[in-house]
Design a protein. Structure first.
Lengths: 270, 545
């Protein structure tokens, strides 16, 4: 693919999710919540913790793209309803993944922002359906996709008339065995220089380790990311998915304090 | 006690070799070839093969032995299990026939270590003469002169000769910079140690074990770069080779790993920075330049490295494309800008930048200490403590002529003075009362008009790098004198809430000409509450700029 093809043509006013603008010139946004919605109590507890600490958008999974078909696959529409109810109660927006084109309308009925997962970055039918939904889209870079390829996927959505796209760097697969993925921090300034689309970083998937989430989140903000997306669970040890990379809800305030300090250091707020 | 895991004997670093003979003889039986590894402030001998159990008592009774540490990971001397805290590496600026003149410290909580390389300057002494003082001023402490090796198909003249290196070394030392050179073959070590203060093993040589052994026998600090295909464990084991052979002065350098994206440079592996810091006590620097897609991304990557916990950065500085085939060099202006942007980031992760004596890393403990944080404006200090910028309220302002005498020395004798009484607030809480006297005879009339119309505040003027703050004075309400009278006039309803307070007064000047005088007072009870509760105030009250 020639890189001229993917020089993005987008130059727009910014992305806004449930009234919260994301992008350059705006505060650093923290999107937080559990990997999966496991039930009303678990989601509410995580959501209350992240809302109290100052996160602006909730995340949660109802349709889960799990590596193994025997792993917890998510609560489906019930999970969407739980997220919506709690989000309305807290007056927050909610971001959740749609895994196929036929799910998009259902997900768009509940969510303020549709996530395209890393495994689906190249799923053109899904990109098209998500673009057509008119909802803002969180586009995750595939684990083996280049910066050119994720910009091309974003362009695919934008040319269909939906410019509300946020790119998410969530790490790629490397040979290093001690981390799940490797966050490509250079992609943050590179995308910032080549595109007007906001960039957020997901240090939870990007490292796969709770103990590395905070320093990598701080690095993302220092590198110019417009936000970070982190997994938070009331009891990570009992989580049905991604427990080892989830921050403990009770300690999320400490994470937000560090994020706030770093945002100030780069002249932004949170 | 019987120890089954591999061990390290920690020794008294002040012990002489002769005093350690007994320890070595005993260690030799359990691990042939035992030798003492000396770092800065530590000395150690690895003990045992991890298979045969070791009785610890005989060792613990030997003179000069501090204690035995069991280490569960394969890299024993590099491991965090050996030292909980970061250990520094001291780089002495050597010169033939001269005693050590100066020392640069990397890691161990020292200020951010800034290492600059420049093919552009290394190729020409005159350029380096110009660049070196600028680098030093920007906070750089180590100059990397390139590699001694000659790569095939490369212009050999771009690699400095020993004579050229000696000249670069002299210029570097004259500017307080240590000189580093890369060595790719053991035969180069003697010449390299003659001219350089520290040696580098490049990423291609990370697992050249015979070179690593020879580096271990040197007393020079060694920068070891991570191989592009090496896991973190392999990297630390490579460092262990150098350490085990006696040289405790190893500095790790994260320099990118190969991924599927073959068109790009090795990936700058940000995850590895906190990971390695967690696993090892050794200093860790990161090289964004050799891993940047292009020069435009270098500053952001450097900032990320510092935010992630790196002890230092390696930056390529240059201006001409011919010396920068990879297109990653930034010019000296961009370098200076980067350094000023790194300062708050380093502070946010609790690390000083630049010279240690000008830095205050710790949070002030009392209201007077807040005022003594004089390298920041009061608004910046409030922001760093509460996590949010304060709101500036202009309470009153008036023009004075002649200016107040007690400002001694007074502002201009014939001109008018703009006096302002302001307050920093967080929500409804008054954090400070400020008085400022602006010399309208010295300040640009446009700025004065903007100030008077409250479109501008003095804090914004401090962004001008030419502004110097002079003659700080500190006191309590008891020593405030006329200041107290003015505060009472400005805040008539709040006299009770105002006391007790601490104050500071300073002058802001450009080129020695005083532009304005600032007096700031902090009510002690309010500040004790803030310093006690940290960021709560900002979180609960909200704020606006």
């Amino acid at each position: 693919m020639s890189s001229e093809l993917v020089e993005t043509r987008v130059s727009q006013v910014g992305v806004s999710v449930a009234g919260v603008p994301i992008g350059r010139g705006h505060p650093v946004r923290v999107i937080a919540g559990p990997c999966s919605v496991e039930g009303p109590a678990q989601f509410r507890e995580a959501a209350l913790a992240v809302a109290a600490a100052g996160a602006v958008l909730l995340r949660g999974g109802a349709f889960k793209p799990r590596t193994s078909p025997y792993s917890f696959q998510g609560l489906g529409e019930r999970g969407l309803a739980i997220m919506r109810e709690v989000a309305d109660e807290l007056e927050m927006g909610v971001v959740t993944e749609a895994m196929s084109a036929d799910e998009v309308i259902l997900v768009a009925g509940y969510a303020d922002m549709i996530q395209i997962g890393a495994r689906n970055m190249d799923n053109r039918a899904l990109l098209e359906a998500a673009a057509a939904s008119g909802r803002p889209i969180l586009l995750k870079r595939g684990v083996t996709s280049t910066v050119d390829e994720v910009l091309a996927a974003a362009e695919f959505i934008v040319v269909r008339g939906n410019d509300q796209v946020v790119i998410c760097e969530r790490g790629s697969r490397t040979f290093e065995p001690s981390t799940r993925n490797s966050v490509d921090i250079a992609a943050v300034p590179e995308i910032n220089l080549r595109s007007d689309l906001p960039v957020v970083v997901d240090p939870s998937h990007g490292t796969g380790r709770r103990d590395l989430v905070t320093p990598v989140a701080l690095a993302a903000i220092a590198a110019g990311a417009d936000g970070v997306m982190v997994e938070v669970h009331p009891e990570p040890g009992a989580a049905l998915s991604d427990g080892s990379q989830s921050l403990e809800a009770a300690r999320f305030g400490g994470f937000m304090g560090r994020v706030r300090g770093m945002a100030l250091a780069v002249g932004r707020s949170v | 006690m019987e120890l089954t895991a591999p061990c390290v004997i920690l020794l008294d670093p002040a012990a002489l070799e002769s005093e350690l003979a007994g320890v070595l003889a005993a260690a030799e039986e359990l691990l042939p070839g035992a030798r003492v590894t000396r770092g800065d402030g530590w000395a150690a001998v690895p003990l045992g093969d991890g298979v045969r159990p070791i009785a610890s008592e005989p060792f613990e009774r030997l003179p000069s032995v501090r204690r035995l540490v069991q280490v569960a990971v394969p890299y024993r001397l590099a491991s965090r299990e050996l030292f909980e805290q970061d250990m520094p590496v001291e780089v002495a600026l050597h010169e033939d026939g001269l005693p050590e003149r100066e020392t640069v410290i990397l890691g161990g909580g020292a200020p951010l270590g800034v290492i600059v390389s420049s093919r552009w300057a290394s190729a020409n002494d005159a350029r380096f003469e110009l660049l070196a003082p600028l680098l030093r001023e920007a906070g750089c402490r180590v100059y990397h002169a390139g590699q001694m090796a000659t790569a095939p198909y490369r212009d050999a003249s771009s690699e400095p000769t020993v004579e050229a290196l000696a000249r670069l070394r002299d210029i570097a030392h004259a500017n307080g910079l240590a000189l580093c050179v890369e060595v790719s073959d053991a035969s180069q070590i003697p010449a390299a140690t003659d001219v350089a203060d520290l040696l580098q093993v490049g990423s291609r040589n990370m697992q050249d074990f015979s070179l690593l052994r020879d580096m271990g026998r040197s007393r020079h600090p060694v920068i070891l770069r991570r191989g592009a295909g090496a896991t973190v464990e392999e990297f630390l084991l490579a460092a262990e080779y150098v350490l085990l052979h006696g040289n405790g002065k190893v500095i790790l350098c994260e320099s990118g790993i190969r991924t599927f994206d073959a068109l790009r440079k090795p990936r700058f592996e940000i995850n590895a920075i906190p990971l390695i810091k967690q696993l090892s006590h050794l200093p860790l620097v990161a090289d964004p330049s050799q891993t940047a897609p292009h020069a435009g991304t270098v500053p952001a990557m450097a900032k990320a490295a510092v935010a992630a916990g790196a002890d230092g950065i390696v930056i390529e500085v240059g201006t001409e494309a011919v010396y920068d085939p990879d297109g990653v060099a930034i010019d000296i202006e961009a370098m200076r800008r980067l350094m000023s942007e790194l300062r708050p980031i380093a502070r946010a992760v609790g690390r000083p930048v630049g010279m240690p004596e000008t830095e205050e890393a710790a949070l002030p403990l009392d209201p007077a200490a807040v005022l003594r944080t004089t390298d920041r404006t009061l608004a910046q200090t409030i922001e760093s403590i509460t996590g949010a910028p304060p709101h500036l309220e202009v309470v009153s302002q008036w023009r004075l002529s002649p200016p107040v005498a007690w400002l001694s020395p007074p502002l201009s004798h014939d001109g008018e003075v703009l006096a302002r009484c302001t307050s920093y607030r967080m929500g409804s809480v008054r954090l400070s009362r400020n008085l400022s006297y602006v010399d309208l005879g010295q300040i640009d009339p446009t700025l004065a008009a903007l100030l008077e119309a409250t479109h501008l505040n003095l804090g914004q003027l401090f962004v001008d790098p030419r502004i110097e703050k002079l003659e700080f004075e500190f006191g309590t309400h008891e020593t405030a004198g006329e200041i107290d009278d003015v505060f009472r006039q400005c805040f008539p309803d709040e006299v009770a809430a105002l006391q007790p307070y601490v104050w500071r007064r300073y002058r802001a000047a450009i080129g020695g000409v005083v532009m304005f005088v600032v007096i700031e007072a902090l009510p002690v009870p309010v500040w004790e509450r803030i310093l006690d509760r940290g960021t709560d105030l900002a979180l609960t009250k909200g704020s606006s700029r």
